[in-house]
Design a protein around this ligand. Structure first.
Ligand code: WTA
Length: 663
């Protein structure tokens, strides 16, 4: 990965929580943190059981906390019943928060709409009734392919309300990716929009759904609900496609929540792994909700009057936990932003923080790095110094390692030197933060995600699953099941076991898929990046095999190998080495094929997967047994000389060819 481990290990700046912050913090001081950890250590089930009773409203209380009998298919609070939408909406309205603003929606072009808890509950209930009216029932899967919108949150909450399992597909994924997910999930209904608005442009969304439904394997779909965002052209298929407003019209705004078992699957979210096929990560209802709430309160120190803003898209797990569920389950006020950070100019985020008096701001290192560049390039417009950011109290970072330089800039220029920066490490599979500082507790070291969230038993182990000494690198693992963990991979329990609880490590440790090291004296964790064939491009998780399969599906391509290389802004860039079925192209022809292949990948997966660079060879560097030497490809991608012995290579001359980047 791109974070330079050397720079983190040499990091000696430490930022302690201020006495003022500590005085008001939900978890205040290292002793309080240690007490929570000790409580979990001493009585693991007692600890989680206590928290689940205190932070969630149960329709039927649980008597069992953790059932390990089917390990690694763990069950949390299995005999408890609840409803997530009740916990996010009705509970708050009943507590007198009906008129409190739940969502401040800011559209791409700047219009602002505010939705109170009562209004949100009414919207969710009506839409839930509309879904029921269309025959959607508990356990059915619903695919959501919507832009950032109030409707996106409403659609997800409505599914939760009736016990339907949603699977949100990021609007940047192609028709083909959408098709794959619909088929794997066996979804009965899709919720989409005519168009999405980004950066001042209207981008069609509905046509991708139409195309996906012609690609085969999607017969399970009965209806498509279309939210009219722009009124742009959209072809509606008679009998199948319905407008959002029409299905909601006349529906009652009362909808009794479906009280589901704690283990009922709240959602599936597809993510990339080391094989070509994305995996449907299945999350639970009770355990997931618990962690969403706890991390909002402890990691972000959320207070009743706070305005919280997570800039992620609801198409990723961050948008699930920290937009749709966490903030609402805590009765918070949150921003939902439709647009992009650079429109109308790169001061957009800072202007929005100023206008909405945002107190807690959560974004990705890629955004920070690109905004640093924009601020330097256009200081009169895009620099945060032009804005009043004094409302901010806590900052967060997620999705990829944050390099110490970006951390320092974020801390100084956005946080005014006073706001703690929470570098939160977690994954789609973990449901919420697993290693993170707590703002009133943890002395911060730029570039380190610091210490485990209380109760999450994180460690670093060697190839045999034994703990390594602090200061030595190894595999990041979680030693005990935790409430918000992935329950299985949809349709593929075997892959779940193999990917996350590998026998080599004893079959009991959850393998995160990242390398990590703990500081020799403080025990602070630093993440060293993925140990599998997964890239992290602008905080988006991409499997190299997925991109390779997309390339190979092009008629011209015989073979492809994809690796990552460090990138200043995106963290990692995608480099593809391609062997064509015909002679290696050069000059203009090579350029033309590069364009064609990039578009092809965009069409197969989505624009986010387009290789940044493509290089052509007559072959790929292989050992005599035919194994592609990816290590060499990574070295070449970085533009570095190969110094290791290449005598085991079948075809060393290929390396010269592969140095050449098609510009
Ligand atoms: C990486 C996103 C370093 C890591 C929530 C992980 C991070 C993958 C951090 C999960 C962080 C996430 N520091 N690396 N603070 N947060 N990662 O599933 O490689 O999209 O395994 O979940 O992102 O990506 P995912």
């Amino acid at each position: 990965m791109s974070t330079s481990i050397e720079s983190v290990l040499q990091e000696n700046r430490v930022f302690n929580p201020s006495p003022e912050f500590m005085a008001q913090a939900n978890v205040s001081g290292m002793d309080a943190y240690k007490a929570l950890c000790a409580e979990a250590e001493a009585d693991y089930e007692g600890y989680w059981g206590r928290l689940a009773r205190e932070h969630i409203v149960w329709k039927q209380p649980f008597s069992t906390v953790l059932d390990e009998s089917g390990a690694p298919f763990y069950k949390w609070f299995p005999d408890g019943k609840l409803n997530v939408s009740y916990n996010c909406l009705d509970k708050n309205v009943e507590a007198g928060l009906g008129d409190k603003v739940a969502i401040i929606f800011e559209a791409d072009k700047g219009e602002v709409t505010k939705v109170t808890y009562s209004e949100l509950l009414s919207k969710v209930a009506k839409f839930a009734n509309a879904l029921k009216n269309l025959g959607v029932k508990k356990g059915d899967r619903v695919v959501i392919y919507l832009p950032m919108s109030v409707e996106g949150v409403v659609a997800m909450q409505a599914c939760a309300r009736i016990g339907a399992t949603h699977s949100v597909v990021f609007g940047g994924f192609s028709a083909q990716s959408l098709r794959d997910r619909i088929e794997d999930a066996g979804a009965v209904l899709i919720i989409t929009a005519d168009e999405q608005c980004r950066g001042g442009k209207n981008i069609p969304l509905k046509p991708a759904v139409d195309e996906a439904l012609t690609l085969g394997g999607t017969d399970s779909i009965r209806n498509v609900i279309v939210y009219k965002r722009t009124g742009g052209p959209a072809v509606m298929v008679e009998g199948r496609d319905l407008w959002w407003d029409d299905v909601v019209a006349g529906q009652s705004d009362v909808c009794e929540p479906e009280w589901v078992e704690a283990e009922h699957p709240l959602f599936l979210l597809y993510t990339s792994g080391s094989t070509g096929k994305p995996k449907g990560v299945q999350h639970s209802t009770g355990g997931y909700l618990l962690h969403a709430v706890l991390t909002m309160k402890w990691t972000f120190d959320l207070k009743p009057d706070d305005v919280f803003w997570c800039t992620a898209d609801i198409g990723w797990v961050t948008g699930h936990t920290y937009i749709t569920y966490g903030p609402l389950a805590c009765g918070g006020t949150e921003i939902v932003f439709e647009g992009v950070p650079t429109f109308p100019d790169a001061g957009r985020f800072w202007r929005m923080i100023q206008d909405h008096k945002v107190n807690i701001f959560y974004t990705a290192p890629t955004a920070i790095r690109s905004l640093i560049k924009a601020a330097d390039g256009n200081p009169d417009v895009a620099h945060p110094k032009n804005f009043d950011l004094t409302s901010l109290r806590v900052l967060g970072s997620v999705g990829e390692p944050i390099n110490p330089e970006a951390w320092m800039w974020y801390h100084e220029h956005i946080g005014g030197g006073r706001c703690p920066v929470m570098d939160t490490f977690w994954q789609t599979e973990t449901g919420g933060h697993v290693i993170t500082p707590l703002p009133g507790v943890t002395p911060l070291v730029p570039g380190s995600c610091t210490l485990p969230f209380p109760g999450i038993m994180v460690s670093v182990v060697d190839e045999a699953g034994h703990d390594v000494e602090w200061g030595k690198g190894g595999f990041l693992v979680i030693k005990r099941p935790w409430p918000s963990m992935i329950r299985t991979i949809w349709n593929d329990p075997e892959r779940f076991k193999k990917s996350y609880f590998p026998e080599d490590l004893g079959g009991k440790l959850y393998l995160a898929g990242d390398g990590a090291v703990r500081d020799a004296t403080t025990g602070y964790f630093t993440i060293m990046g993925r140990i599998d064939d997964v890239l992290n491009v602008s905080g988006h998780r991409m499997g190299t095999m997925e991109i390779e399969s997309a390339l190979v599906s092009h008629p011209l391509v015989a073979e492809a190998a994809v690796v990552g290389k460090p990138h200043d802004i995106k963290g990692e860039a995608i480099v593809a080495y391609v062997v064509l079925k015909r002679a290696r192209p050069v000059g203009d022809e090579a350029k033309q094929i590069v364009n064609e292949l990039r578009n092809h990948v965009g069409h197969e997966i989505g624009p986010i997967a387009k290789p940044d660079e493509i290089r052509f060879g007559d072959n790929l560097p292989k050992t005599r047994s035919g194994k592609i030497m990816r290590r060499l490809l990574r070295t070449l991608a970085k533009g570095e000389e190969i110094t290791s012995d290449v005598s085991t290579l079948e075809n060393p001359h290929i390396l010269e060819q592969l140095k050449e980047v098609v510009k």
